[in-house]
Design a protein around this ligand. Structure first.
Ligand code: IPE
Ligand code: IPE
Ligand code: MG
Length: 258
């Protein structure tokens, strides 16, 4: 290969991850942020919404196509009632106050997670956010609310079993693609980069299926302190990763493959 050729190669030809198309965020550490300041946990959550606002603006600016944020897990219902109510209130206010700005910024809102057990008020609000922004072509902001990956996979299995029971599908047609097509994320590409703040290094039932080949960045920053610089630092770390997808060398484009 001539020396000049390397300059013509894309980041993916070189096996460098470059810019992620889909970034997923586990926004963790609100409670510890508040406790460190002698404040109630609610204050940490309130400041966490401000960090979310900053991060969405940065993601738009950095031309990220998909940003998924873990806002409330299926297991978070087991927190004290008062905290659950304050988290629901914050979600409510975030959508009420920020929907018009998101829409004006061409953001498409999508919500993943179980809707069935939500109050009609919250369910309507989430539906409204999706409907109002559905034709937008900028950042897709995926809000994971009442989301649990195991529950999502179980629902997909149930839907496929139902089709088999009705004779519309044969068991040997159930492959990874058939399952992926029945997840809440069916039309969303898998995350390239998953960032978790607060120093915890676990997924906590987030995107278990979709994370199969994601890169992980664990940041010690507590979520309310997260900002554009922290996001850029994570993107920079990602850009130095080599993604192999099970191959011996990095995937090459059709142009350079021979
Ligand atoms: C993240 O912060 C917000 C939610 C899980 C909803 P936490 O409330 O989990 O904060 P820590 O982990 O207790 O510090
Ligand atoms: C994960 O954080 C859920 C969200 C960030 C919404 P948790 O704080 O609930 O996770 P665990 O309990 O520490 O694993
Ligand atoms: Mg936590």
């Amino acid at each position: 290969m001539a020396e000049g050729d390397i300059l013509d190669m894309t980041a993916s030809d070189l096996g460098i991850a470059a810019a992620p198309r889909h970034v997923a965020l586990i926004m963790d550490g609100n409670g510890r942020w508040a406790a460190a300041r002698g404040l109630p946990r609610f204050e940490g959550h309130r400041r966490g919404v401000e960090a979310l606002r900053r991060t969405v603006r940065a993601a738009i600016d950095l031309r990220i196509s998909f940003l998924t944020v873990y806002s409330f897990s299926a297991e978070n219902w087991s927190r004290p009632l008062e905290e659950v109510q304050s988290l629901l209130g914050l979600l409510h206010r975030f959508i009420r106050n920020d929907l018009s700005e998101l829409h004006a910024n061409n953001v498409r809102v999508r919500v993943i997670g179980a809707r069935a057990d939500l109050t009609p008020e919250i369910a309507n609000l989430l539906r409204e956010a999706e409907q109002v922004t559905q034709a937008n072509t900028g950042l897709t902001l995926v809000v994971a609310f009442n989301y649990g990956a195991r529950q999502e996979i179980a629902a997909a299995a149930r839907a496929l079993a139902q089709m088999v029971a009705e004779g519309r599908l044969s068991p040997d047609q159930i492959d990874a693609e058939a399952i992926a097509a029945r997840l809440d994320t069916a039309d969303i590409p898998d995350p390239d980069l998953i960032i978790r703040t607060s120093g915890e290094q676990r997924l906590s039932n987030f995107l278990l299926w979709q994370a199969a080949y994601a890169e992980f960045v664990f940041s010690p920053i507590l979520w309310p302190d997260f900002d554009r610089a922290a996001l850029v630092a994570a993107l920079d770390e990602y850009a130095h990763r080599e993604r192999r997808f099970g191959r011996v060398e990095a995937p090459r484009s059709a142009k350079t493959a021979s």
